[in-house]
Design a protein around this ligand. Structure first.
Ligand code: SAH
Ligand code: SF4
Length: 357
């Protein structure tokens, strides 16, 4: 039988488990300390637990849900991707480590942002996205999300202090596991990362947005918009047929009423699809309505897909049109430096990954 990973056990869950196993409640606090303070990887390390408890735990539970099988160094020396194999069934997911001091040549940052995956593959099938090409294999468990963070800290020797859900998968389509992972990520018992250091990126799953708002934490929200009219958006994002802008934008307005931070609208610029000046005007209107900022991502080539990145002057003119209209806008050009581009292409073959990142 597959062992359950203890990373997703909250203090309450561990306390209940101790009672089930016939041990005192204070053992839960000791186990939490071993997992999160000492980063134990083996129950044998938990020296202040009775040997019988250690054995009971080792029989039924694990402490790591995945193993890192490859770490690729960025050719530019900044971002680093790593590939993890899931202990449960051998599936692979990727995560990307981005040092905070990116750009300062040669400096080693003591702060890192981590881009995590939430699913193996993705069911949403956006037409520009490598993760969507092969469809959804399965959801990641909360422990498998948490395991990526521990792995990144082990690889970098640094605490993760910013987290973005922009890797493989649609986080809001894996809601129960996402919320449990977030609970542990924010818990002072576990990773203790503040909500404002966590960004959830979604392709616009409307019921998911509602549930995330009900969760009530001041998380940051990024929305993959990529089209400011239903016509353009449906062309590249099939999810827009299910939840068109007429539903998505009111859901985002509702988020704004509870959210504490400005929404970021992600917008991949694709030649001949959404990079025309007429689209910039529509995007500015949407951004102003939502009081949102826009992050422009010149399309990164995905093998086997027909789309083309617009010229640099087109991208700049598009950005200019937005800022002239009063919309805060950012754009990143360098390949692989942009975390979205880096994470959006998790399924590229290894050779391409090393060229791109
Ligand atoms: N499913 C979520 C989160 C994962 S995708 C979402 O769609 O928001 C993370 C980001 O990578 C998204 O903004 C996505 O649009 C972007 N992305 C996907 N493919 C890309 C490509 N070829 N070039 C640049 N960005 C890409
Ligand atoms: Fe899925 Fe996001 Fe890729 Fe769309 S962009 S296929 S929602 S991972």
């Amino acid at each position: 039988m597959e062992k359950t990973c203890l990373l997703e056990y909250t203090r309450e869950a561990l306390t209940a488990l101790m009672a089930d196993l016939g041990h005192k409640a204070f053992r839960a606090a000791q186990v939490l300390d071993w997992i999160w303070k000492h980063r134990a990887t083996d129950f044998a390390q938990m020296s202040n637990l009775p040997p019988a408890l250690r054995e009971q735990l080792a029989e039924r539970f694990s402490l790591r849900p995945l193993t890192v099988v490859e770490v690729s160094n960025s050719t530019t020396g900044s971002t680093r991707k790593f590939l993890s194999r899931m202990a449960a069934d051998g599936h692979l997911v990727e995560s990307v480590i981005i040092p905070a001091a990116e750009g300062k040549a040669g400096s080693r940052s003591d702060r890192i942002t981590l881009c995590v995956s939430s699913q193996v593959g993705c069911a949403f099938g956006c037409k520009f996205c490598a993760s969507g090409l092969l469809g959804l294999t399965r959801n990641l468990t909360a422990s498998e999300i948490l395991g990526q963070i521990l792995a990144a800290e082990e690889i970098s020797g640094t605490r993760v202090d910013n987290l973005v859900f922009m890797g493989m998968g649609e986080p809001l389509a894996n809601m129960d596991n996402l919320l449990l992972a977030l609970t542990q990520i924010m818990s002072p018992d576990a990773l203790n990362i503040g909500a404002r250091h966590i960004t959830i990126s979604t392709s616009g799953n409307v019921p998911g947005l509602r549930r995330l708002a009900e969760f009530g934490k001041p998380l940051r929200l990024a929305v993959s918009l990529h089209g400011a009219s239903d016509e353009v958006r449906s062309q590249v994002m099939p999810v827009n047929r299910k939840w068109p802008l007429g539903e998505l934008l009111p859901a985002l307005e509702a988020w704004n009423r509870t959210g504490k931070h400005m929404i970021t609208l992600e917008y991949i610029l694709i030649e001949g699809v959404n990079a025309m000046m007429t689209e910039a005007t529509k995007l500015a209107r949407v951004a102003r309505r939502l009081n949102a900022k826009v992050n422009l991502i010149p399309y990164n080539t995905v093998e086997g897909l027909p789309w083309v990145r617009p010229s640099e002057s087109n991208c700049r003119a598009f950005a200019k049109a937005l800022s002239t209209a009063g919309v805060p806008v950012t754009m990143r050009y360098e390949k692989g430096h942009d975390i979205n581009a880096a994470c959006g292409q998790l399924r590229l073959r290894r050779k391409n990954e090393q060229e791109d990142i």
